[in-house]
Design a binder for this molecule. Structure first.
Ligand SMILES: Cc1ncc(COP(=O)(O)O)c(C=O)c1O
Length: 494
């Protein structure tokens, strides 16, 4: 429903029953909103109201105000989807007018939309996953090892162009193992991008190490090389050189690898590349995830390809990957009696899930193409708006895992919340950009190095929105998102 469609639903009480019938017929929603000149909702008018009026022989030329009075069922602008659904069910109706604090009709919730939710990024299976999973069942390889685990590791390493890979239970587990492999111990300092999901940084705390967060640069939304340089200078002064730098590639886009890797090399500190969100992206033609001493990927359900839950650790150094496999299987020594000399973890991926991963890997390039197309469709459709899309710097090819933009102007927190609430009313899942780690209560007190212009990550968080971006988003669904987004942007003045 566009803004014009909504306006067409609103009629004055002086409208004749005949004209109301014509309007009901042309708008085709089964309901009209009868409003006072100041927009206050007076009542709703349905086919049923007109049928009853006809049975009472009310003249077609009578105004709506001549009908028996009715108190409309409506919902406040701040109410959530569940409250709306409960009201629809309670009154057995399919449309729910939304009113603002002054009682003015501002929107309508439709049962049809509410029951067809559009997700931010949902799993999208290809055609080969079932065959791999069936094979795992047929051959009884239902264990956290087996031919599909080996195959998935081989195939993913080849795709990314890295020597070796270890399949594990999650991206977070892969980061935890990587920190251990890089020698992170209790009390050590670890640098990490601030604008990310908490899975990037929680493993620092698993190791009882101390995070130091680095801001983003506006050009890529990823780690700012200049802030990183200042963090290194500080660390040298303080005698707190980091054991490693967790470098995140956000929303499908690589960080500025040339600059960041050069700085880390100069200080002799290894990069742990968190490519959980950027599988399929490239930087100057080279695969995202292949730049760090160790790289990691996530196959969580919302990622560009998924194994329902899972992760991968990759490295050119075979010894590191062999050790990752050992640590992920309780650090078992090669002895029949289960010998252990160090702490291990139960982090290995199962053969069944690896089967799903092998199927998914075969459609990865299609998924990247589709997500990029989803992004372009948004950008073209909203070309007249003042919003700013996440940039894609020259030389970087993003997967556009999520299509993200920022709102212009001020009063951002309120406008961002209003916009998200508007979309939610129409059962469209959109989210703010990640809340940066240096603003999270969990990491209160952790040092943070900002961009020279101020806190870029905080600005992106206040103004940034992630839109439904799945590769299985249909054209109709995306058209629905665009229609509602246009209305929402008009409402918040963007
Ligand atoms: C940037 C980033 N790092 C790490 C993770 C953790 O991955 P997982 O959910 O597979 O543990 C995620 C996502 O989930 C992520 O987006």
């Amino acid at each position: 429903m566009t803004g014009e469609d909504f306006i067409a639903l609103c009629v004055p009480a002086s409208c004749t029953l005949h004209d109301a019938l014509v309007r009901l017929n042309t708008t085709g929603r089964g309901v009209l909103l009868v409003t006072a000149p100041d927009g206050t909702l007076l009542r709703t008018l349905t086919d049923g109201d007109l049928r009853r009026a006809a049975l009472l022989h009310t003249s077609e030329q009578s105004p709506i105000s001549a009908l028996p009075a009715q108190t409309p069922v409506s919902i406040g602008i701040d109410a959530n989807l569940a409250a709306g659904m409960a009201l629809l069910d309670k009154h057995q109706i399919d449309h729910l007018p939304v009113i603002d604090k002054q009682g003015r009709a501002v929107d309508v919730m439709l049962r049809r939309e509410m029951s067809q939710r559009i997700w931010l990024s949902s799993p999208h299976l290809g055609e080969e996953e079932t065959a791999f999973v069936e094979d795992a069942f047929k051959t009884n390889w239902i264990a956290p090892l087996g031919p599909h685990v080996d195959g998935f590791e081989r195939e993913l390493a080849a795709y990314v162009g890295v020597g070796h890979a270890a399949a594990v239970s999650s991206g977070t587990a892969a980061i935890h193992l990587a920190l251990i492999l890089l020698g992170v111990k209790a009390g050590d300092t670890v640098f990490c991008s601030s604008l990310t999901f908490v899975g990037s940084s929680n493993p620092i705390l698993y190791c009882n190490a101390q995070p130091v967060f680095i801001d983003s640069q506006p050009e890529s939304w990823n780690m700012c090389p200049q802030a990183l340089e200042r963090a290194f200078e500080w660390a040298r002064r303080e005698g707190r050189m980091p054991r490693c730098v967790i470098l995140v590639n956000l929303y499908g886009q690589s960080a500025d690898m040339d600059a960041i890797v050069a700085i880390c090399e100069r200080y002799g500190v290894p990069v742990l590349e968190d490519a959980a969100e950027s599988l399929g992206a490239t930087y100057k033609g080279r695969a995202s995830g292949s730049f760090g001493r160790i790289g990691i990927f996530s196959f969580n359900g919302n990622k560009i390809i998924t194994t329902s839950g899972g992760g991968m650790l990759v490295a050119d150094d075979e010894a590191l990957v062999v050790r990752a496999r050992k640590l992920s299987t309780q650090a078992r020594e090669p002895a029949a009696h289960y010998e252990h000399t160090e702490i291990g973890f139960n982090y290995r991926m199962s053969n069944v899930l690896a089967g799903i991963g092998r199927g998914q890997l075969r459609v990865l390039d299609d998924r990247v193409a589709k997500r990029r197309q989803v992004f372009e469709t948004y950008r073209n459709a909203l070309a007249g708006s003042a919003i700013e899309w996440m940039p894609e710097p020259a030389g970087m090819r993003s997967t556009r895992w999520l299509s993200c933009f920022t709102l212009p102007g001020g009063d951002l927190a309120r406008r961002q919340a209003e916009l998200l609430q508007f979309l939610e009313r129409h059962s469209i899942e959109a989210r703010p950009v990640w809340k940066p780690m240096h603003l999270q209560p969990l990491y209160r007190g952790a040092p943070f190095f900002a961009h020279e212009s101020g806190d870029v990550a905080a600005r992106l968080f206040e103004s940034g929105i992630c839109l439904p971006s799945g590769s299985n988003l249909t054209d109709d669904q995306q058209a629905r998102v665009i229609e509602q987004l246009r209305r929402a942007l008009a409402q918040v003045g963007a």
